[in-house]
Design a protein around this ligand. Sequence first.
Ligand code: AHG
Ligand code: MN
Ligand code: MN
Length: 336
Amino acid sequence: MEHTSSAYPDSLRITTLQGHILEQQTAHPQASGTFSWILSALSISAKIIADRVRRARLENVLGSVGTENVQGEVQQKLDVIANEVLLRTLAGREGVAMVASEENETPIILRNSSPGVTRYCVLFDPLDGSSNLDVCGAVGTIFSILAHRGDSGRPEDSLLQPGSRQVAAGYVLYGSSTVFVLTTGNGVDMFVLDPGIGAFMRVERALKIPVGNKTYSVNEGNRQSFPADVQRYLDWAQSQGYSSRYTGAMVADLHRILLKGGVFLYPSTAKAPEGKLRLMYEANPLAMIIEQAGGKAVDGAGRRILDIPPSAVHQRTPLVIGAADQVDRVLAIGAG
Ligand code: AHG
Ligand code: MN
Ligand code: MN
C-alpha cells in the first residue's frame, strides 16, 4: 500500500523508527514534536534493555533481587534494571509529566503542567514475562501513553483514564530479534532492530491480524479454577482440533497472534480472582494495538477492555484478546 505521494514503492524505501516518527509529525503539523521526543526515549530504552537482556548471563544479572514489587511478585534483577532505564530516559523528556510502572507502587511526577505546554503520562511494564529470563525465553516491554490532564486533584487522577483515550501504545519483544510494534491510533507498524547499525528499521505497515487461525494461548494448568464459560470454550476448541501455544510472556504470545491469528486468554482463577494481568500497562496498550490491527479485546464479562474506567493504577482484569473471529468464538461458545 502506498502511504505517500512519492512514486518510489514503499516496500523499497528504507525507513527507521526515527524517520517514521518524523514522517508522522510532518503529516500532523499541529504536533509539536514533544510527543516524538517521548517515542524516541522509548526507542532508546528498548535498545538499552535489549542489550542488557542479551548480556544478562555474562554480567551475572539473572535471578531475583530478593524483594517483591507492589503486586507481591518476585522482582528479577532485570525488572529493576529495565525500570531504571525507562525512568532515566523518560525523565529527560520535557513532554513527560508523569510515569507509572509495574515496578513502582505510586506514579512518579516528573513535571507539573505549565500553560500552553502539552504533556503526557507514560505507563509501562518494563519487562513482561520476566520469569523467562533465566531460561533464555522471550521477554518484552509494554507502554501506554495518555495525555496529561492537568494538576487538579490527586496525581493518579490524570492517569486513570480509559484505554480508549490512549494517544499511543506499543511493545518491544526481545526474542530471536528485537521487534518494536507501535500504534498512534492510525494502524500498527512494526520495526526490527538492526544490530549492525543500532536502528529500528520499519518492516511492516498497517498490520492486520489474519483470521481463521485455530490456536489458543492460555495457562491450562489453571483450568480447574477457570469460569465455566472458559472451560466450555476449551472443550469446544479441543474438539475442533485447535493447537495450544503459551510462552509465559504475553508480549510474545500477542506478537504471534498479531502476525498469525488466534486468541490469548487470561481468565480469573482461584489464585487471581480479578485476573492476573494489569489493565493500565498490560491489557490497555495491547488492546489498542490489537484493535488497530482489526482484532478485539474484552474482559471476563465480554466488556471492551478499552472502555473500562480504571479506579487504580495497578488494577487487574481478566482478558480475552486476539483475532476478531477467535474472540467472537470464545464469547459465543462461552455464552452457549
Ligand atoms: P510480568 O512478568 O510482567 O509479571 O508478566 C507476566 C504475565 C504475562 O506476561 C504472562 O502471560 C503471564 O503473566 C503468565 O502468568 P502465568 O505464569 O500465571 O501463566
Ligand atoms: Mn507483564
Ligand atoms: Mn513485568
